[in-house]
Design a protein around this ligand. Structure first.
Ligand code: ADP
Ligand code: ADP
Length: 227
């Protein structure tokens, strides 16, 4: 079953400029992990920003479970985004950082506690719940950002170069963890990176973007064996 459908999606930030994204068409299956690779400026971030509503489409449509995102407010789209800079709140401890979005949505205290503890356990953060972000390592901070996205139980996970601030060794570990997390949760994921090895490691399918257009789509072996 298809989960996300991009229909000729185009984005032009300014009438006088080039298209940041041009005629992007792709069908994403339920539970699939799609990695989007491409050079800087190829439109990767734009694609994610359109889905979560930071930007409006110029042309085309995006359907999530058959429904156009144009008919849903960003907060009702059931998508969660994880950024490369984590965007944690420095004055809040790990527990409160993870719980932040649930509190804004006025979830019950019991449900919040249950979900925060569940996510913390899965990401090995239980010992750090009372700690402030500045005491954590880069990998732990990234896990907090993942946990905060997870507790929203999103249907669709968006990750914009989530590991680019980590050193190479930690990146290898975290790539495996994100893959395991994806398999455990069974969510659909769109994962942006410019790292080919990262893409090869976790992707079900890879989309190569260039100047706003799809250059190639396929399973990792196809994409990197027939460039
Ligand atoms: P990537 O994430 O692959 O680096 P982006 O989606 O950030 O690419 O950018 C694609 C194109 O859109 C680039 O030419 C970039 O300069 C342009 N762009 C991105 N954001 C904006 C913006 N807010 N206003 C104008 N142009 C933008
Ligand atoms: P309140 O809304 O009264 O502040 P909460 O249930 O939100 O109560 O929890 C209060 C604080 O207790 C949280 O901000 C968090 O820092 C801490 N806390 C709650 N559960 C745990 C836990 N399992 N481990 C560590 N700290 C916790």
């Amino acid at each position: 079953m298809e989960d996300v459908l991009f229909q000729n999606v185009s984005k032009q930030y300014d009438q006088h400029n080039e298209y940041a994204l041009k005629d992007f068409t792709l069908q994403v299956n339920n539970g699939e992990l799609i990695v989007i690779v491409g050079p800087s400026g190829s439109g990767k971030s734009t694609l994610l920003e359109l889905i979560c509503g930071f930007e409006d489409l110029t042309q085309g449509d995006i359907l999530i479970e058959g429904q156009s995102i144009k008919d849903k407010l960003p907060k009702d789209r059931n998508v969660a985004m994880v950024f490369q800079n984590y965007a944690l709140l420095p004055h809040l401890n790990v527990y409160d950082n993870i719980a932040f979005g649930m509190r804004i949505r006025k979830e019950s205290k019991e449900k919040t506690k249950e979900k925060v503890e569940w996510a913390a356990e899965l990401l090995e953060l239980t010992p750090y719940l009372k700690v402030k972000p500045k005491k954590l390592s880069g990998g732990q901070r990234q896990r907090v950002a993942l946990a905060r996205a997870m507790v929203r139980e999103p249907k669709l996970f968006l990750m914009d170069e989530p590991l680019s601030n980590l050193d190479a060794k930690l990146r290898d570990t975290m790539v495996q963890e994100i893959k395991a997390l994806h398999d455990t949760l069974g969510v659909t994921m769109l994962y942006v990176t410019h790292d080919q090895v990262e893409a090869m490691t976790i992707a079900d399918r890879i989309v190569i973007l260039n100047e706003g257009s799809i250059q190639q789509v396929g399973i990792p072996k196809e994409v990197y064996q027939n460039p």
